[in-house]
Design a protein around this ligand. Structure first.
Ligand SMILES: [Fe+2]
Ligand SMILES: [Fe+2]
Length: 200
């Protein structure tokens, strides 16, 4: 399936006209896209799969600057009750779908880039990891540098470690852990993560 023009443009760093992201956010998306591109090269992905993976980096936070009330109006009804900070994933996915993007795994990757989901494909998992590991964040830098280097060869291990750290952080702060996140964790520790990813 050839890439949708919107996706192909994003792989070149061109954001949609509906994007709402300030300079800092665009710089973050660029770093995530670069990391996704490096991992794609290291894994020997063909050009189209590489571009698709890079596009995820440039699109995942494209409407992070949109007000939550506005996002609630455009997301699918099932996402309206999500907390404000995670609405921008479903928001960007809804706008991409409206533009004609039909790649369900691509849309799922954008939708669940903050929460994780057991049905994420390899590119969606890479996005989840890159969003956390990109070099611009100032957090556990030594550990994140080593995780970045390990990702192309040991993606399952790296994913498991990131989800473990993020769930631990939520529990530590007495915050709820969403079902999708727990299901993502279970898919990683039950060793069926990659097989199931193609079943959506
Ligand atoms: Fe995000
Ligand atoms: Fe992000």
């Amino acid at each position: 399936m050839p890439l949708h023009p919107r996706v192909a443009a994003a792989a070149r760093g061109e954001l949609p006209d509906w994007a709402r992201a300030d300079r800092k956010r665009v710089a973050h998306m660029r770093r995530v896209a670069e990391l996704l591109g490096q991992w794609a090269e290291a894994s020997g992905l063909p050009p189209e799969a590489r571009d698709r993976q890079i596009a995820l980096g440039f699109l995942h936070d494209a409407v992070k600057g949109m007000h939550p009330d506005e996002l609630r109006e455009i997301v699918d009804p099932e996402f309206r009750e999500l907390p404000d900070p995670v609405l921008h994933g479903p928001g960007a996915a809804a706008l991409l779908r409206h533009d004609g993007v039909e790649d369900e795994h691509f849309l799922l990757s954008i939708t669940y880039h903050t929460l994780g989901h057991p049905a994420l494909d390899a590119a969606g998992r890479a996005l989840y990891a890159a969003d956390f590991l990109e070099p611009g964040r100032n957090l556990r830098n030594k550990w994140r540098t080593s995780m970045r280097a390990r990702m192309p060869k040991e993606p399952a291990l790296v994913l498991r470690e990131i989800v473990r750290v993020r769930i631990k952080h939520l529990v530590h702060r007495r915050r709820p852990v969403r079902d999708e996140t727990m299901a993502f964790w279970n898919s990683l520790v039950e060793g069926r993560s990659w097989a199931r990813a193609s079943e959506v």
